[in-house]
Design a protein. Structure first.
Length: 185
């Protein structure tokens, strides 16, 4: 039960950070969204808000990678489309109100260790994407470089999509990445 409450709080923190950034996310908002009792804050996160944000980044570096692993067995084009569709679905589901929580930590966290935790998540995602590309027959060196480009392009497109309230930037990035992917395997 206690683990479930903590996990609900971490999930709510991720959603709120993706919407508002770190500074715009309060414990009160996390409690309200998660339905956790008030005493849960200092029971689960005695180190305060930074501890909660670190827990959110730890989740994204571990369990949060399941969606990437689900792309196993796809060809390079399928990996690109699958990854872009993860973001497209998130944007549309939440009416462009939510972006990437990891990017939210990167640009709004004041503590160096929180930005380092976000960096770890991005590096883990690239490792997963590169592994998928290698399994699809792409040379290891090209796979890692393309994984970085896919991540960077998609993250940028998500930011623009939120501003435009449209997937246009994401659609264009996907088209260009698919053209490059067609020459990789």
């Amino acid at each position: 039960m206690a683990g479930e409450v903590r996990q609900r709080m971490v999930g709510s923190a991720l959603q709120l950070i993706a919407e508002r950034g770190v500074q715009g996310t309060s414990f009160a908002d996390v409690l309200e969204r998660s339905g956790a009792p008030r005493g849960s804050v200092y029971h689960h996160f005695p180190g305060g808000k930074d501890e909660m944000v670190r827990a959110a980044m730890d989740y994204m570096a571990t369990d949060g990678r399941a969606a990437l692993k689900a792309l196993a067995g796809a060809d390079p084009a399928g990996i690109v489309t699958g990854f872009v569709n993860l973001w497209r679905g998130l944007l549309k589901r939440d009416d462009f109100a939510v972006g990437c929580a990891v990017a939210g930590v990167t640009v709004t966290a004041e503590a160096d260790d929180l930005r380092a935790a976000a960096r770890t998540v991005f590096e883990a995602w690239v490792e997963d994407l590169a592994g998928l590309f290698v399994a699809a027959g792409v040379d290891e060196t090209r796979a890692e470089a393309f994984a970085w480009m896919l991540l960077a392009s998609t993250e940028g497109a998500v930011v623009i999509a939120r501003a435009q309230r449209s997937t246009r930037a994401l659609d264009i990035a996907e088209q260009q990445l698919l053209m490059l992917a067609s020459h990789m395997a």
